[in-house]
Every structure is written in structure tokens, then in C-alpha cells.
Design a protein around this ligand. Structure first.
Ligand code: NAP
Length: 334
């Protein structure tokens, strides 16, 4: 007869093994960038490279000898991230910390000036930085744009356009825009791009939603921007693609996660959430896989093409482009 203590031990061990196996099975579907070509001589610029998906993307590319510009809003955090990678990879590629605050047009312009003074070309621009902030906090950029619209869309829109000549000098080159499948629940309301109505509703406590329309709408703008830019650059040698890293455990949720969420959602996290390194795979794939060279205007998820459920409209795409150009010129919300 089996001793009762053996049974007591067998139950938790089986649970841990079963969870491990289910997670392994799930993660086998998340896709992995298998390319390992040497990237010596190539310059990658990653916004928000000090944390989460951006940091893991940088770590993987440095291993392949790429030169990485860490475009970060906190220079000290960029330096810390670089020191951490350098410690693990003393012979990896070069890493350069630079200050960039996407919530300020002045900062974007100063950053581009410094990049242009130091670099002749950029091979790959990765628009990774992003925020997800509860709307009731009503955060704004320096120019007064709603924070998701301003940082996730407008800041990257301006930055990318200012860097196009450096990307043209590096052809075949790439722009990789990090969106999310949450763009499928986004909408673009040209009468209220700064979400005044939703902010007021969130502050009054009238409407409680699990989703953050500010974030989702900005992720839809990311896809529209990628499609518009890909069309404008067709034939130029610059490929533009957009991707979703998948639901990933990072600092993105810092404003909304409370201590008790860790207890309630830990089973969800175990089965559904990727590590930052797993989340970075599709980004690394879009940035470096030779098999997609020449493909542009596509959406990727799990290292493969993804068919978005959103009904895209050419009219919305060109209107968003024109409005974004106007707002950048005007430097204040309409
Ligand atoms: N995590 C997910 O489940 C998930 C899913 C789909 C898509 N995404 C997308 O993946 C991208 C990376 O996010 P993550 O999950 O890795 O989150 P994260 O760990 O919070 O990283 C976001 C990065 O963006 C930077 N950033 C924020 N505001 C900035 C500003 N004004 N100027 C310059 N940099 C700024 C942050 O800098 P600080 O460290 O200084 O704050 C940080 O480096 C985002 O575009 C996000 O929308 C994430």
C-alpha cells in the first residue's frame, strides 16, 4: 500500500507538473524568432528599450552584435539596462543610451538632431514605447494631447517622419510598429481625438469599463499609421510592418494593477501571459528575419502574418495622417 505521505506529496507535485506542461504547450504556439544571423554593422533604434518588450528585443539583438540606440525617457534607466546586458554579454553589440521623451515635441526634435549628428543611417526603427494609463488620471503630453494619443501615436508619428532620411540611407531598412490586437476594439473619433468625453465619464465614475478606449484607439492608430506609411514608402526599400507581442508580463500595467490583482489573476497569468522575452519574439522577427524582406504593410503576431478583424478604411487612414501632420505643425490640440 502507498504510504499516505507519498500521496500528500504526489498531489502538489502533479499540479505543478501539469501547470508546467500546459504552459509549455501554450507557449509552443506563441512563435519564436529562429533567425540568428549576425547583425554587425546594423543600427537599430528602439524607443522604450529600458523595460519589458523593448529591453528583451534589445538584449536579443545585442547578442547578434547589432548596435542599439536606447531611446528612453529616463537616461539613468537606459544606462542601468545597458549595464545589465553588458554584464551578461561582454562581447555583444554596441549600446548607446539617449534621451527621448515622446510626450514632448521639443524632446523629439532634440533627439533627432543628436541622432543625425552621430549616425549616418538607421537600419531598423522599432516604435516600441507605450503607455496604458487609466483615463480618470487625465494625463497629458507637454503640448496638451491626451497621453495615449500623444505618446503612442503622435510622438511616434513625428519621430518616424523626422528619421525617414536616415532610414532611406540604409535601404533595405525597416520600421516596426508595436501595436496590439486590442486595436480591434479601437475606434477613431475625429471629433474627440483627446477623449474628453471618456475622460469626463471616467472621472465622474458614470461608466466603468474593463477596456481603456484611450489605449485601444491609440493601438488602432498605430496600425493605420503603419499601413499609411507602408503605402507612402512602397518601392523605397523601407519596409513598414506592425505587430502584436501578445499578452505579456511587463511594467505596462503599472497604473492599473493593485496587489490583490496578483492573487486573483495569477492563474490567468500562468496560462495566458508571456514573459517579456516571449513577448519580444514577434518584434525581433519583424525587425530582423530575412524571410519577410520586401513585405510591407502587414500585421504580425506569433511570428506569422495575422489577419486583423478590424474593417480598415482608406478614408480614415488618410484623414488620420493629415490631422496628425496638422497637429504636429500646430503643436497643440485642435
Ligand atoms: N505587455 C503587453 O501585454 C502588451 C501587449 C500588446 C502590446 N504591447 C505594446 O508593447 C509595447 C511595449 O510595452 P511593454 O509591455 O514592454 O511595457 P513597458 O515595460 O511599460 O515598456 C514601455 C516602455 O515605453 C517607455 N515610455 C513610456 N512613455 C514614454 C515616453 N513619453 N517617452 C519615451 N518612452 C516612453 C517606458 O519608459 P519608462 O520605463 O521610463 O516608463 C518603457 O521603456 C507598447 O507599445 C505596448 O502597447 C504590450
Amino acid at each position: 500500500m502507498v504510504h499516505k505521505y507519498v500521496l500528500y506529496a504526489a498531489v502538489p507535485i502533479s499540479v505543478v507538473v501539469a501547470i508546467g506542461l500546459i504552459r509549455k504547450w501554450r507557449s509552443s504556439k506563441w512563435g519564436k524568432c529562429l533567425t540568428n544571423t549576425c547583425l554587425r554593422g546594423k543600427t537599430f533604434l528602439i524607443t522604450g528599450a529600458n523595460s519589458g518588450i523593448g529591453l528583451e528585443t534589445a538584449r536579443a539583438l545585442v547578442k547578434r552584435k547589432a548596435r542599439i540606440i536606447f531611446a528612453c525617457r529616463d537616461l539613468e534607466n537606459a544606462k542601468k539596462a545597458i549595464a545589465e546586458i553588458r554584464k551578461e554579454q561582454p562581447n555583444g553589440g554596441e549600446m548607446i543610451p539617449m534621451h527621448l521623451d515622446l510626450a514632448s515635441f521639443d524632446s523629439i526634435e532634440k533627439f533627432v538632431e543628436v541622432v543625425k549628428a552621430g549616425f549616418h543611417k538607421i537600419d531598423v526603427l522599432i516604435n516600441n514605447a507605450g503607455v496604458a494609463v487609466p483615463l480618470n488620471l487625465d494625463l497629458k503630453t507637454k503640448e496638451g494631447f491626451e497621453i495615449h494619443f500623444g505618446v503612442n501615436h503622435l510622438g511616434h508619428f513625428y519621430l518616424t517622419n523626422l528619421l525617414l532620411d536616415l532610414l532611406k540611407r540604409a535601404t533595405p531598412s525597416r520600421v516596426v510598429i508595436i501595436s496590439s490586437t486590442l486595436h480591434e476594439s479601437g475606434k477613431i473619433n475625429f471629433d474627440d481625438l483627446n477623449h474628453k468625453t471618456e475622460i469626463a465619464e471616467a472621472q465622474s465614475g458614470k461608466k466603468k469599463s474593463r477596456h481603456n478606449p484611450g489605449y485601444n484607439d491609440s493601438k488602432l492608430m498605430n496600425v493605420y499609421f503603419a499601413r499609411g506609411l507602408a503605402d507612402r514608402l512602397r518601392g523605397s526599400g523601407i519596409d513598414v510592418n506592425v505587430c502584436c507581442p501578445g499578452f505579456t508580463y511587463t511594467n505596462l500595467f503599472r497604473y492599473s494593477v493593485k496587489w490583490y490583482h496578483y492573487l486573483i489573476f495569477s492563474p490567468v497569468a500562468l496560462f495566458f501571459m508571456r514573459s517579456a522575452s516571449q513577448g519580444a519574439q514577434t518584434v525581433i522577427f519583424c525587425a530582423s528575419d530575412p524571410s519577410i524582406e520586401g513585405k510591407s504593410g502587414k500585421f504580425y503576431r506569433d511570428c506569422t502574418e495575422y489577419a486583423s478583424k478590424h474593417q480598415f478604411s482608406k478614408e480614415v487612414e488618410s484623414r488620420l495622417w493629415t490631422v496628425s501632420e496638422e497637429l504636429v505643425k500646430q503643436r497643440k490640440p485642435l
